[in-house]
Write a protein that binds this ligand. Structure first.
Ligand code: ADP
Ligand code: AMP
Length: 220
């Protein structure tokens, strides 16, 4: 199964991708997480992209396409993969079509006020990327990651100025990707409000139902 989770920042894609990838045994490929790892390691790619990311802008298409294409050459992606945060432009969607066409796209639908609330309280582990929320998804011990005990941090691009840019970029660049896949009848829409558990159940329901030909979009 070749899946992508599409939706605005803060909709819960990473949280749900982590669960679904563990349940289905397919790798969760978050381009945002790969880029943050490159920044942490201060690789040439990391140094090139850090300014774009900090400000909330997209990284240039050719860099992110090359990075993902290389990752998809690894054997663990043979049974399938779950993309989170890619494609984010129509150019990326067209490129993906040439080397790893998708079977399904899950669109996370969440109103903007809820996105802003979730992003304002998001903390994450700089070591493993696991995501928490101070209101809705607390770590077991305050301020540290459940997995590895690392001190949690807020992402620089979750500052209100960067969030504003990211939402604008989402509407200008990524909303057309949804139209691209809708035209190909690949989109399942999942209502992303409610608890992590409730959204996960909706995702399983949407995937289980599959998509009848010519009527693939299910608003759940
Ligand atoms: P995305 O990957 O789409 O940017 P995340 O998965 O990082 O979104 O989630 C954004 C924030 O919202 C995180 O702090 C996460 O813990 C929290 N979150 C995720 N899903 C839910 C949910 N169903 N209800 C409340 N908070 C959630
Ligand atoms: P995310 O972790 O998905 O919220 O992504 C964080 C940031 O990484 C984005 O705001 C972009 O700067 C960059 N990024 C992640 N994926 C892509 C992509 N597919 N295309 C361009 N930039 C990306």
């Amino acid at each position: 199964m070749r899946l992508s989770f599409l939706g605005p920042p803060g909709a819960g894609k990473g949280t749900q991708a982590q669960r679904l990838s563990a349940a289905r045994g397919i790798p969760h490929l978050s381009t945002g997480e790969m880029l943050r790892a490159a920044i942490r390691a201060q690789t040439p790619l990391g140094r090139e992209v850090q300014g774009f990311m900090r400000a909330g802008n997209l990284v240039p298409d050719e860099l992110v396409i090359r990075m993902l294409r290389e990752r998809l050459r690894q054997d663990d992606t043979r049974p399938g993969f779950l993309l989170d945060g890619f494609p984010r432009t129509v150019v990326q969607a067209e490129a993906l079509e040439t080397f790893a066409p998708l079977d399904r796209v899950l669109y996370f639908d969440l109103p903007e006020p809820e996105l802003l609330d979730r992003l304002a309280d998001r903390w994450s582990c700089p070591k493993c990327g696991r995501v928490y929320n101070l209101r809705s998804n607390l770590p077991r011990a305050p301020g540290v990651c459940d997995e590895d005990g690392t001190a949690l941090l807020q992402r620089p691009d979750d500052r209100p100025e960067a969030v504003r840019v990211r939402l604008k970029v989402y509407h200008a660049e990524t909303a057309p990707v949804l139209a691209y896949y809708r035209a190909r009848d690949l989109v399942l829409t999942v209502r992303a409000s409610g608890s992590v558990e409730a959204v996960y159940e909706r995702i399983l329901g949407a995937l289980g139902k599959g998509a009848p030909p010519g009527r693939s979009e299910e608003a759940l």
